[in-house]
Design a protein around this ligand. Sequence first.
Ligand code: ATP
Ligand code: MG
Length: 421
Amino acid sequence: MIAEIISVGTELLLGQIVDTNAAFLARTLSPLGISTYFRTTVGDNPDRLRGAIDLALSRSDVIITIGGLGPTSDDLTKETIAAAFGDPMQMDDGHRQWLEGFFRGRVGSLPQSNLKQALIPVSGQGLPNPNGTALGACFEKDGKIAICLPGPPNEFIPMVETSVVPILSEHTSGEPMTIHSRVLRIIGVGESSLEDRMKDLMQGDSPSVAPYAKTGEVHLRITARAESRVRCDAIIAPMELEIRTRLGNAVYGVNDETLEHIIITILRERGQKVATAESCSGGLISKRLTDVPGASHAFVLGVVAYANEAKVKQLGVSEEILRAHGAVSPETAKAMAVGIRQASGADFGLSVTGIAGPDGGTPEKPVGTVHIGLAWNGGVISQHNQYIGNRAIVTQRAAHSALALLRAYLIDPSDPIFDVK
Ligand code: ATP
Ligand code: MG
């Protein structure tokens, strides 16, 4: 089955928004065994939209349109598909009544312009949209299918999962299928080395395993296709176990779990606390930690000590260390970590000092040089990292590495990197 995705919207053509919906949809279609041969973007213009639809119908079995289901006069997708299919539309009375109730509670009565959001194809079906006012639509004629979905991602994504996948899997395999994924979040293993170690696991279809490089980490998405969610989970579980066996502690979380979530959870369980002393990361570590609900149980104090005097006054870094080694050095990172631990009374002091650029680099300490410090009861270490990238990337990676170092200590303090002898 050949699919074509048609994204409708002048905003997309002007580059004002990025077509994340089409990317999401394409990732969903391939595990269904559907080949996406074409992706088209067209503005809110009825003639050009009609041209794109006719072309798509001439070369694809299924076309899926994104956007243009709103109430305004430039929202024309459903009408244009109906014309291309020669399929008149009819009012879905149930949805019209729902719209009337929805608007009565808000603006008094149903605006005329919204009425068309309840139109569905006579020979096809309307597709429920739990998060918006526009019904989706599915047209079918002469073996061709057209599915119209709304543009706002919070409406679009659930409809892909609850309408598109069941409709299309029924056409491809004769039985309704569901797709389910689980993401393993991995730190400390590069994308290419990960691919080498997982190559044999990446050949499969259900489950399929695919790597995604993120800033400072890699995600492995395990995806299964089966007749039920329970069956998908059963297909995913042994694959997850195999990956975890190979990668050990490098797998730090699943799905939406972030490093900061994991850290706060562990610290809370143990009744321990952390404090941070940041230079080049400008407070990003404390921001990430305090974004986690319940962080107050585990986070005590965060200091952004940018100037040397601040490092001395606020953190007790000795002028001697700064003079002998410089602000960006293992010695300063350690002194900052020890200093914030003492000042706060926390169990852990975590520090970052580095050169984010674009200026300030030297041949010995180029832009991207970052030292991270971690102090605990009975020890302190520093870690040297060298990053490539602009100021924003260096800062983000510095914060990420610092969190990764603390997490590594929390799950295995006997790791040789924490050997202080
Ligand atoms: P509305 O009822 O909001 O008008 P619609 O179905 O007519 O919805 P559009 O008007 O095309 O959809 O887009 C509405 C909004 O949805 C856009 O401003 C944009 O924020 C988002 N959006 C639209 N298309 C996409 C896309 N392909 N990828 C990501 N976001 C999109
Ligand atoms: Mg619109």
